[in-house]
Every structure is written in C-alpha cells, then in structure tokens.
Design a protein around this ligand. Structure first.
Ligand code: NAP
Length: 254
C-alpha cells in the first residue's frame, strides 16, 4: 500500500521541492498550504511526472483548518507515515529594541504553534501506521542567534525545543522525530516575506555567494532522513552551503 506523506508550506520553496521529491520516492503526498492555485499546479506537475499527490488548503494558524488537514489525511489512499512540518518563515530584521510585536507574533504562530497544531492533529495517524516519522524544518537559527534575527531565532529555537521534547515523549512509540536545520537557502519567497516584498533587500542576502543552497538540496536531506530504515533516527541534520562556514562567516565574491 502506498505510504502517505504530508508536507506543510508546499506551495513554494523547500516545501514544494520536498513534495516533488517525496512523490518521486513513491509517497502519495498531501501538499498543504493556503495558496491552493499553486498547490493545484504542483499536483498536476507531480502527476505528469508519474507521481501522486493531493492539494489540501490549510492555514496552520487555524485549528479548524488543521482539523480539515487531518480529515484529508484520514481519507488518503494509505497509511500516513510521514509529516514534514515545513510551513514557516521570517518577518523583519529589526533589533529586539525596536522589533514589531506583530512580526514576532506571526513568526511564533506560523513556525511554532503551526508545528504544534499540525503535529497534534496527525500524531494519532502517524502512530497508528506503526512506522511514523515527523520532520520539523527548523533552521540554524534554531541553535544560534544573529543581530536582527531575534524574533526568527526565538521561533526557530522553540521549534527545536519541540523536536527534542517530542522525541523524549514519544520514546517507546513507533514515531521518530527528525529536525532539519538549513543555513542559507536561496528560495523565491523567503526573503520577500522577510522584507515585506522588497526584492532588493531580499537579493542582498545572497549577494556574491556563488552557490547558496537551493530548495532541492534541503528536500534531498529531508528525503534521505525520511527514507532510512525506521529504526535509524537522524535526530538533527544541519546543512549549509559550502560558502557559509558559520552564521556570520559567509564567503562572498565581490
Ligand atoms: N530559505 C531559507 O534560507 C531557510 C533557512 C532555514 C530554514 N528555513 C525554513 O524552511 C521553511 C520553508 O522556507 P522557504 O525558504 O521554502 O520559504 P517560502 O518559500 O516562503 O515558503 C514558506 C511556505 O510556508 C507557507 N505558509 C506560510 N504561512 C502559512 C500558514 N499560515 N499556513 C500554511 N502554510 C503557510 C507558505 O505557503 P502559503 O503562503 O501558500 O500558505 C509557503 O509555502 C520555513 O520554515 C523556513 O523558516 C528557510
């Protein structure tokens, strides 16, 4: 029977790449996000490539919407074995001194409470499969901080805390928890969302970096972790581009 994978934030970037990759690995993918037009295109693209996927409208900040995702999972054509909590992002690059409370609230709600809601809703199905996997896409900001990144780092540290706590709490049950911590990934929308649509500011983040990671690189990491034998639990995978030796040490050719 085909295993079912759920990917949140599948309408762009890392989530869309992960949905494509997991479909190519043989999963039936439930691609979840708010922008259903994009999901419809993605599902058609996956089908054209010989895979199978279903688009599910889901706002991870809404209990009702997440309950709808759980219903879609229950109706899916196989056991739900994989959940990729990917929906998230950053808003603003302001110092703590002047950061917007609204931006911090948005980051906490989508990244942290979104992961909590979706995980709570899907955990019964994952456990019932007998071989469940929960992936949490946190960030290198989940274990380090940088100027202007306080709100995002606070949210990603919280996601990292969820991953560690959940692994302990699920000990003895058939669900493993994997944390993926990417560094600099050049996706189309992450920077635009962070800088309120300012394309120049978004592009400046990657200026002079020869080869930042792309969404497919992170999807490859997620797929590798998720397709290991189920007794192999990759607790945490940190992945950066070669040009990024550390958060502040980025090799730029100018
Ligand atoms: N790019 C990087 O450098 C980087 C580095 C480390 C970690 N990450 C993390 O990787 C994940 C994906 O990032 P990305 O670069 O692929 O960014 P992205 O292209 O902006 O994708 C974010 C996704 O989250 C979805 N999303 C946002 N709010 C949502 C909500 N309320 N409910 C459901 N879905 C929602 C968006 O879909 P809709 O708008 O259609 O809902 C979109 O599909 C995020 O968690 C991010 O923090 C990114």
């Amino acid at each position: 029977m085909t295993s079912v994978a759920i990917v949140t934030g599948a309408s762009s970037g890392i989530g869309a790449a992960t949905a494509r990759r997991l479909a190519a690995e043989g999963f039936h993918v439930l691609a979840a996000a708010r922008r259903t037009d994009r999901l419809t295109d993605l599902v058609a693209e996956i089908a054209a490539a010989g895979g199978s996927a279903t688009a599910v409208a889901c706002d991870v900040t809404s209990d009702e919407s997440v309950a709808g995702l759980a219903e879609a999972a229950a109706a899916a054509p196989g056991p739900v074995t994989l959940l990729v909590n990917n929906a998230g992002g950053a808003r603003g690059l302001d110092p703590v001194e002047s950061g917007s409370v609204g931006d911090w609230q948005w980051m906490y709600d989508v990244n942290v409470l979104g992961t909590l809601r979706v995980t709570q809703a899907l955990l019964p199905a994952l456990a019932a499969s007998g071989a469940g996997t929960i992936v949490i896409v946190s960030s290198t900001a989940g274990f380090t901080v940088y100027e202007g990144g306080g709100g995002y780092a606070a949210a990603k540290h919280a996601q990292t805390a969820i991953a560690g706590t959940l692994r302990l709490e699920l000990s003895g049950r058939p669900v493993r928890v994997i944390e993926i911590d990417p560094g600099m990934v050049k996706t189309d929308e992450f920077g635009l969302v962070r800088f309120g649509g300012d394309a120049d500011k978004a592009a400046a983040v990657y200026a002079g970096v020869a080869e930042p990671l792309v969404a497919e690189d992170v999807a490859d990491c997620i797929a590798w972790c998720a397709t290991r034998p189920h007794h192999v639990n990759v607790d945490r995978l940190v992945v950066r581009p070669l040009a990024q030796a550390d958060q502040h040490k980025v090799h730029r050719v100018t």
